[in-house]
Design a protein around this ligand. Structure first.
Ligand code: ZN
Length: 289
C-alpha cells in the first residue's frame, strides 16, 4: 500500500468534494451538499463525506476550506460562505476521523495542485491567483508551499480605492478590482443595470483591459516579492476572461516588476479545473503524515 494514498476534501459554499488520491490522481470521488445550519453539522458532514470513500490504506486527510486559517494551531478563523468561525478544525476532524488531518485555505490548495500536477510543473517558484467570487491564491517558493497568511486577494493595489465586500474592511484590494464580483460591478457601470461579467467577455468589452491592468499591477508587486517563474490564473471569471485580461496585465507587469523578472515571467491559464482544490488538499494531507 502506498504511503501516498490520502483523502483530499474541497469545501465549497454549496458542495463538499472528497476524493481518494494517490500520486495526484483522483481514484474515487464523492460529492455532498454543504450543511450550512451549524458549525457542528458542517464538521459532521465533512467527516461523513470522507467516510463514504474507501479509507483502507489512507494515511492522512487534507481539507481545503474557504476560510482564513491559523496554520500554527490548525484553526479555521472565519469564512464568509460557511458557518466556520474560530474552530480548532484539525483537532475536531482528527477526533471524528482518527487520522492525521491538515487544513489549508482552498485557493492555496488549488495553487499547490497546479504547481505539482498542473501548469506549474517544472517550476520551483510558482504562483497562482484565482479570480472568482473573490480573489484568492497561493505561492510556492523554492519548491515548498508558502504556508502563511497568503491573502493575496487583499493586497492593496490602489490606495484608498474601492471598498472590499464582505468581512474585509479594506479599500483598493485586488479583490475589489479583479474578482468576478468586481467585473459584474464594472459591467453595470458600462453596460447598464443588467450588465454582467459574462456580457463583458462576450462583447470583448474594452473595460476588461482595465481589469487586466489592475491584475498586472497585483502580479507585478507579487513578482517583486516572490519572483515566480510562472504565474497561473484560475477561477471562474479568471479562466473565462483570461485572453481579454492578459495583454493589459502583461503591460502592467512589465512596468511594475523590476527587470528582468517581469520580462521572464510566464502568465498561463490554470489546467486542473474543478479538481484542483481536491488534489491540493491531498498534497497538504501528505505533509501531515
Ligand atoms: Zn479586502
Amino acid at each position: 500500500m502506498s504511503v501516498n494514498r490520502v483523502v483530499g476534501v474541497d469545501l465549497g459554499g454549496t458542495k463538499i468534494l472528497a476524493g481518494l488520491i494517490e500520486d495526484g490522481r483522483v481514484l474515487a470521488e464523492v460529492e455532498r451538499a454543504t450543511p450550512t445550519t451549524s458549525q457542528e453539522a458542517l464538521l459532521d458532514g465533512l467527516a461523513a463525506a470522507v467516510r463514504e470513500l474507501p479509507l483502507d490504506g489512507v494515511t492522512a486527510v487534507g481539507f481545503g476550506i474557504p476560510s482564513r486559517v491559523d496554520h500554527r494551531h490548525g484553526i479555521a478563523l472565519g469564512s464568509v460562505n460557511t458557518p466556520l468561525r474560530d474552530v480548532p478544525f484539525e483537532a475536531e476532524m482528527h477526533a471524528r476521523l482518527g487520522l492525521p488531518v491538515a487544513v489549508e485555505n482552498d485557493a492555496t490548495c488549488a495553487a499547490y495542485a497546479e504547481y505539482a500536477h498542473g501548469v506549474g510543473r517544472g517550476t520551483v517558484d510558482f504562483m497562482m491567483l484565482t479570480l472568482g467570487t473573490g480573489v484568492g491564491g497561493g505561492i510556492v517558493t523554492g519548491g515548498a508551499l508558502y504556508r502563511a497568511w497568503t491573502e493575496l486577494g487583499h493586497m492593496v493595489i490602489v490606495a484608498d480605492g474601492e471598498p472590499c465586500a464582505g468581512a474585509c474592511s479594506g479599500r483598493g484590494h485586488v479583490e475589489a478590482y479583479c474578482s468576478g464580483t468586481a467585473a459584474n460591478r464594472v459591467a453595470r457601470e458600462v453596460l447598464g443595470p443588467n450588465g454582467t461579467a459574462r456580457d463583458l467577455i462576450e462583447q470583448r468589452h474594452p473595460a476588461l483591459a482595465e481589469i487586466g491592468h489592475y491584475l498586472g499591477i497585483a502580479i507585478g508587486s507579487l513578482i517583486n516579492i516572490f519572483g515566480p517563474e510562472r504565474v497561473a490564473i484560475g477561477g471562474g471569471f479568471g479562466v473565462a476572461a483570461f485572453d481579454h485580461l492578459l495583454p493589459a496585465a502583461r503591460t502592467a507587469v512589465l512596468r511594475e516588476a523590476l527587470a528582468p523578472a517581469g520580462q521572464d515571467v510566464e502568465i498561463e491559464l490554470a489546467q486542473l479545473g474543478a479538481e484542483a482544490g481536491l488534489i491540493g488538499a491531498g498534497l497538504v494531507a501528505l505533509e501531515a503524515v
